[in-house]
Ligand binder design. Structure first.
Ligand SMILES: NC(=O)C1=CN([C@@H]2O[C@H](COP(=O)(O)OP(=O)(O)OC[C@H]3O[C@@H](n4cnc5c(N)ncnc54)[C@H](OP(=O)(O)O)[C@@H]3O)[C@@H](O)[C@H]2O)C=CC1
Ligand SMILES: O=C(O)[C@@H]1CCC=N1
Length: 289
């Protein structure tokens, strides 16, 4: 992976304060499984609930999402866009270009468009908008909803330094926010966007086995989730290589060494690598479609 533009990840809440967001007006078109967590992180960053308007596929859905997320429902997409400084597009990839074509007449001049869509390039979105429109691609994951996620930010050709700073400020409570290139987004999806889903699947599988081994479900939930969180926190805080931390758990002839031998024998490492590679490959395919 070309890392010439990759930043050193830094926990965003520790980053220095950026632009003031209290007066910013944001429209979120499509606050679903990913747009919803984006709404939460924008509110955490300081966007006012009254200034964050949601438009989903219909008014009832917009009202439901706004109530759940603590934002404001717009009566229509057009109303959501009125005076918007930033427009987040959280619809499915196959919908986004039609949506952009539909909205382009209502977009306030200079509004920064932020697309969450996998597989849709900056150039495709820029082509669907008036020339010179500032467009950012964001590749987030759902744990940004609790400030423990990651987002990769890709800057379109018309985005100014101030607009880049603004978008970073908007994601300042996501967890980690880094600038990436569009070439890097496939690997980023494997290691963050889709990885959240794989992490949930791993947690689910481990919890089921803990229950099979005899633990009550609530204790199994707590042990698996707390241990995985603790393991990640240990590595993040110490900078220790995971292989060394693993060695520190494996007593000679003990339980972990025996379990780890099964991990390798059963192909768990190879399976995880194949899982991430398949996600990255699908991202490349979506971009070529
Ligand atoms: N899910 C994830 O973890 C991630 C997703 N993404 C990207 O985020 C985008 C959204 O995915 P996801 O949140 O999972 O999808 P969802 O289906 O959960 O959400 C899509 C949202 O778009 C709304 N919507 C659909 N059509 C319209 C329309 N014409 N006008 C306004 N709103 C509309 C839906 O409203 P309604 O509910 O009323 O139908 C819904 O709120 C995708 O492009 C995906 O690639 C990126 C990273 C991670
Ligand atoms: O599954 C998807 O296509 C989206 C993009 C990354 C996570 N979810």
């Amino acid at each position: 992976m070309d890392d010439s533009t990759a930043q050193t990840p830094e926990r965003t809440a520790e980053a220095t304060a950026g632009p003031e967001l209290a007066d910013l007006r944001v429209a979120v078109i499509g606050a679903g499984n990913m747009g919803g967590p984006v709404v939460r992180t924008l509110l955490a960053a300081g966007v006012r609930p009254a200034h964050l308007r949601i438009a989903n596929s219909g008014p009832a859905s917009s009202e439901r999402a706004a109530a759940e997320l603590g934002a404001t429902a717009a009566a229509s997409r057009t109303e959501a866009l009125e005076d918007a400084d930033v427009v987040v597009l959280g619809v499915k990839p196959y919908q986004i270009l039609d949506l952009v074509a539909e909205l382009r007449g209502d977009l306030p001049a200079g509004a920064v468009v932020v697309s969450l869509a996998a597989g849709i390039t900056l150039a495709q979105i820029e082509q669907a908008l008036p020339e010179g429109s500032p467009v950012v691609r964001a590749m987030p994951n759902t744990p940004i909803s609790v400030g423990e996620g990651a987002v990769g930010l890709m800057r379109g050709t018309a985005v100014t330094a101030a607009q880049r700073e603004l978008v970073h400020a908007l994601f300042s409570h996501a967890g980690v926010a880094v600038d990436i290139t569009e070439d890097q987004v496939h690997a980023f999806i494997a290691a963050a966007g889709s990885l959240a889903g794989f992490a949930f699947a791993i947690i689910e599988a481990m919890t089921e086995e803990a229950v099979r081994q005899g633990l009550k479900r609530d204790l199994a939930d707590a042990l698996v989730q707390q241990t995985l969180r603790g393991a990640a926190t240990m590595l993040l805080e110490s900078g220790t290589h995971p292989a060394l931390a693993k060695a520190g758990v494996c007593s000679p002839g003990g339980t972990t060494a025996e379990g780890y031998a099964a991990f390798e024998r059963e192909g768990v490492r190879a399976g995880l690598a194949a899982t991430m590679a398949a996600a990255a490959e699908r991202s490349r395919q979506l971009t070529e479609d």
